[in-house]
Design a protein around this ligand. Structure first.
Ligand code: SF4
Length: 349
């Protein structure tokens, strides 16, 4: 797997593209005008490992609130705006680190120019966010459907507007709710452009199906080296999106965050209550904020091998378990004490 090299831009302090690690984004789901609730949600997202937060700015009140929110948080903020260039200007004045707005939807070119100049002054990037559900009418007419080619064509039009104004702090997303179209659109785009890509499967739905759809779509792209920043869209709390993003990144060896539990599915050989042990371990380990691998295995078939490879591991036996730390057996523990021992051992790492 090799990462496709794109240009590097910055969203606040976070590098996106080039050799930068793939950043994880999410979007607040509170009313933007509720400053306190939004600030609290941002704090929870940051705690979950989110790198960049997007906030919807739908009117003047939201733009006012955005500047207050920005002053209360220390994570880069992107203002998500549709059509209204004045809201974009207001958001820039309020200190945002990036914009998500499609220049082709703003209207008169002088408005776009004013916006682009404000972005140039502050070094703020613009994400062009093409969505299969809202392509320009004439593009839809000529392609018949929101095909991957139609999605790329839409992105091209928006990009050309910015390039003609000599602006290239650009990031692009090409989302569809359908995984094959999303993958094909990103592939086609990355063959033609080196702008950094924000990847995501749009409107993926609720967990677990939304998680699976996102994992398949984003997994394929990331494995092919496509994607510089990502957002998993779920009908769920935003922290769930961040958690899922890291699971995807970790599963293909791109970026780790938090505790990764490796556990077996259990079978007729299992002689401890492994399913509940894993469930309780997940709960107890979550607050520890460590980036490590923990193996919890049911028996001696694959148990010792996995437990040895992990930072901490358990290989179950008959009512007991062998506890491993950094590849070495520490002790044999009764089943009733396994959970406490595991948590205690991990706390000392
Ligand atoms: S590790 Fe042992 S208990 Fe777990 S699934 Fe494999 S054989 Fe069964």
């Amino acid at each position: 797997m090799s990462q496709t090299r794109t240009r590097k831009i910055y969203v606040g302090t976070v590098a996106v593209g080039g050799d930068a690690p793939i950043s994880v984004q999410s979007m607040t789901k509170t009313p933007t005008t509720d400053v306190q609730a939004t600030v609290n949600q941002i704090a929870a997202l940051k705690e979950a490992g989110c790198d960049i937060i997007r906030i919807a700015v739908l009117n003047d009140d939201a733009a006012e609130a955005l500047s207050k929110i920005k002053r209360s948080v220390s994570i880069p903020i992107i203002a998500d705006i549709h059509f209204d260039w004045k809201l974009a200007l207001k958001s820039i004045a309020g200190g945002v680190d990036g914009l998500r707005i499609n220049p082709g939807n703003i209207g008169a070119l002088w408005k776009v120019k004013e916006l682009v100049n404000a972005c140039k002054d502050k070094g703020i990037p613009i994400r062009i966010g093409v969505n299969a559900g809202s392509l320009q009418k004439d593009i839809l007419m000529s392609y018949g459907h929101p095909t991957p080619e139609a999605i790329v064509e839409s992105a091209r039009r928006h990009i050309e507007i910015l390039e003609e104004m000599d602006f290239n702090l650009i990031k692009v997303s090409l989302k569809a709710s359908n995984v094959p179209s999303t993958v094909e659109a990103y592939r086609a785009f990355s063959r033609q452009y080196d702008y950094p890509l924000h990847i995501g499967v749009s409107e993926a739905g609720p967990p677990p199906s939304g998680i699976i759809k996102s994992a398949v779509g984003l997994g394929i792209l990331l494995y092919e080296g496509i994607g510089d920043t990502m957002r998993v869209s779920l009908t769920a709390q935003p922290e769930e999106e961040v958690k899922t993003a890291y699971s995807i990144l970790r599963s293909i060896g791109l970026r780790a965050h938090g505790i990764d539990i490796i556990s077996c599915p259990t079978c007729g050989r299992t002689r401890i209550d492994l399913i509940n042990l894993v469930k309780e371990a997940e709960e107890r380990l979550r607050p520890l904020k460590k980036t490590i691998t923990v193996a919890i295995m049911g028996c001696e078939v694959n148990g010792p091998g996995e437990a040895k490879e992990a930072d901490v591991g358990i290989a179950g036996g008959n009512g007991v378990g062998l506890l491993f730390k950094k590849g070495v057996v520490v002790k044999k523990v009764m089943e009733s004490e396994l959970l406490d021992c595991l948590v205690e051992t991990i706390s000392t790492l």
